[in-house]
Design a protein around this ligand. Structure first.
Ligand code: PMP
Length: 673
């Protein structure tokens, strides 16, 4: 099995032309990389691959003089350059390294290589997600994977960056990653993009011994605080190579085949209505995803999307977040579910009590429904009353779903105990509560509408006056509006509140929190589950909250959402869609609403909207579920898609948008927001 390292090198770097032949400690960067590559265990050959453009003759000359193998190929189609080099040198496994990473660590690269040479992976890297210092990047892949990419990759960026096709098509290739077990290393930047970067490495190496490892470099940095870091960028891993290229997601063959297969064993083919085919235009939507990174996800047909669904809201930091992964992996080495409680429960309970106004006591569960249902049982036990008022969506259990039109299977006696009220109507609540004994009102503090002045406080006052329990369902607003939820944002403290979704950045965890006098009753009712203290989710939640605090995530959600909102509102106006498309709600969670037009129904417009956004590489349903990973690149691409799709809607409305639908129009299960 021949293992060939191919080092990608060019003279024409825009920020630092000719950098690969610049000297670091008296030695050219390229020579550093070649020498360190030669130290990777078990490799057979090192080849420098540069372009056939005259500007790269210098690299060729350098290699000739120094007796290094040099291969020349296309300047822009770097994928073909790699493929042809691999073919010429009879490689079975290729290790890809770039010439601006002089501190490459042969041992880490050796681990990446081992994943492929042991046949555990077709492709392996150490940047999915980035957990090592930027500048240690390497990838290894089989010749078969490279050949597949060479023959099938279509996008310019796939050809320029060589491996995105392999990474993106994880239904075709076994993809693995080597992560650092030491947290936070991705904050270091040891790659050479600018003269300042080079000066930085020069300072580090002047203090390091020869034959240094990554750990030696980290020690040197720690022991020499006088070494000044250049103003560094975040290590974005592969996302820095993402281009704003228009994506055309038009092939859903694998999704459709899997949906067919899934329906043999899984009713609806999905685990929630919102992820099932009934909520997407069925002929032009992905149905199955393979993986996610930051704000992006990939489907089983290799299509890439900017994701505005974010797993139905849990993903508040981004997919595959290195810090949360680290917390989970660390806990995984100790165990998952235990026979008794763990201290993590106390740590997270104390944390929630310190940030959420209504939290004096806490219990954990898995889904949002677990804790809304616990809150209702608690309120009933505490008040000795049965009837409840609901406002918004609160999950799938009988007590709530009985109040919707999708209440098949719920006994009528249960349905009769729940009254649903519209948002912002305090009088209805006053009337109900003053004429009959209610245990509780449970409500989303806000969703598509903003509360009228005094509305939330008014409800709290009515509840206190008549002895009912006010429950805020903060499953969506929690860890999004503020660290203390919408209750902190609006300054109204309920008796009980429910959190879930964003609490663990995707790990299944929810919490009911509340005031002592009500939560005390928890010891008398039955609320108990095998997985309530499952430790991976608790660890993930602690890490998620820490990151939200440390990185000012809430500010990002507000400012990003507000800017997107302003710009989309502007597009809506420009396209003359004022009465047809509306963005409502608050910046961290904007909801897109559609209204009937004389020639097109709101459902048809929504179906067309989703169809066309997906075609442009935006996965969306009916709200902007933004995360900390949605950055400027994504914003630009999202706004471009909104602009194009709303222009199409404006143009098609009068003749009836249904002529342009490629699937039957979708319909919501029931409308609660
Ligand atoms: N409450 C609200 C406001 C929700 O949005 C949801 C889920 N969409 C739930 C409760 C139920 O949460 P889960 O699906 O995790 O049970």
């Amino acid at each position: 099995m021949k293992k060939v390292i191919i080092i990608q090198a060019r003279m024409g770097a825009s920020r630092f032309p000719g950098k690969v032949l610049e000297l670091l400690k008296g030695k050219e960067l390229l020579r550093w990389v070649v020498e360190r590559s030669l130290a990777i265990p078990t490799i057979d050959q090192v080849v420098v691959a540069t372009s056939d453009s005259p500007s790269d003759d210098k690299i060729n000359d350098f290699c000739t003089i120094n007796k290094m193998e040099c291969f020349r190929g296309s300047e822009t189609d770097v994928l073909s350059r790699f493929y042809k080099a691999a073919e010429q040198y009879n490689a079975d496994i290729i290790i890809r390294i770039t010439a601006d990473c002089p501190l490459l660590d042969p041992h880490i690269a050796g681990q990446v290589l081992r994943l492929v040479s042991s046949r555990s992976a077709d492709y392996a890297s150490n940047v999915l997600p980035p957990t090592w210092p930027d500048g240690l990047d390497c990838e290894a892949f089989t010749m078969a994977a490279l050949e597949n990419a060479y023959k099938n990759a279509m996008r310019n960026s796939d050809r320029e960056h060589v491996t995105p096709y392999i990474r993106n098509n994880q239904h075709l290739f076994k993809v693995r990653n080597v992560s650092s077990s030491v947290p936070g290393l991705q904050a270091h930047r040891w790659t050479v993009d600018t003269p300042e970067d080079l000066a930085y490495l020069e300072q580090i190496l002047s203090q390091s011994k020869s034959g240094f490892t990554t750990w030696d470099i980290l020690d040197t940095i720690e022991l020499n605080p006088q070494i000044k870091r250049p103003s560094s960028e975040r290590n974005e891993g592969f996302s820095k190579s993402l281009k704003e290229e228009t994506t055309h997601c038009v092939n859903f063959k694998n999704s459709q085949a899997l949906l067919k297969q899934a329906s043999n064993t899984i009713p609806l083919g999905a685990q929630t209505f919102s992820k099932s085919y009934i909520q997407f235009p069925e002929n032009t939507s992905p149905m199955f995803l393979t993986h996610g990174l930051g704000a992006r996800v990939w489907d089983v047909d290799g299509n890439e999307y900017i994701d505005l669904i974010s797993g139905l809201m849990p993903v508040v930091l981004g997919y595959n977040d290195p810090d949360i992964n680290h917390a989970i992996q660390n806990q995984l080495t100790k165990g998952i579910s235990f026979s008794l409680s763990t201290e993590l429960e106390i740590q997270l309970a104390e944390k929630l009590c310190s940030i959420i106004p209504s939290a004096e006591k806490v219990r954990f569960a898995k889904n949002g429904t677990d804790v809304t249902s616990a809150a209702i049982r608690l309120a009933r036990a505490y008040t000795g009353r049965d009837k409840v008022i609901v406002c918004g969506y609160h999950g799938w259990q009988d007590w709530y779903i009985g109040s919707t039109t999708r209440n098949k299977g719920v006994p009528k006696t249960v349905c009769d105990l729940t009254t649903s009220v519209p948002y912002n109507d305090l009088d209805i609540i006053k009337k109900l509560i003053s004429t009959e004994a209610y245990a509780s009102i449970i409500m989303e503090p806000c969703n598509s509408q903003e509360p009228l002045p005094g509305y939330l406080q008014g409800i709290k006052d009515v509840c206190e006056k008549y002895g009912a329990i006010l429950i805020f369902d903060e499953i969506v607003t929690g860890f999004r509006f503020s660290l203390g939820g919408a209750q902190r944002y609006f300054g109204v403290t309920p008796h009980l509140s429910c959190f879930g979704k964003a609490m663990g950045n995707g790990m299944p965890i929810s919490a009911i929190v509340g005031q002592n006098h009500v939560m005390k009753e928890m010891e008398e009712i039955f609320f108990s589950g095998t997985f309530g203290g499952e430790t991976l989710s608790l660890a993930a939640s602690l890490a998620t909250i820490k990151k939200i605090e440390n990185e000012n995530v809430i500010n990002h959600l507000w400012s990003y959402g507000a800017d997107m909102g302003r710009k989309i509102d502007q597009i809506i106006l420009e396209k003359g869609l004022g009465g047809i498309v509306k963005l409502s709600g608050y910046a961290p969670w904007k909801i897109v609403q559609f209204f009937d037009h004389p020639h097109s129904t709101s459902f048809e417009i929504k179906t067309f909207f989703i169809q066309e956004m997906i075609r442009r590489g935006v996965l969306i349903n009916s709200s902007l579920n933004i995360s900390f990973s949605h950055g400027e690149l994504e914003k630009h691409a999202l706004l471009k898609s909104f602009e194009e799709v709303l222009a199409l809607i404006g143009g098609y409305l009068n003749k009836g948008i249904n002529q342009h639908l490629q699937s039957p129009s979708i319909r919501p299960l029931f409308k609660v927001r």
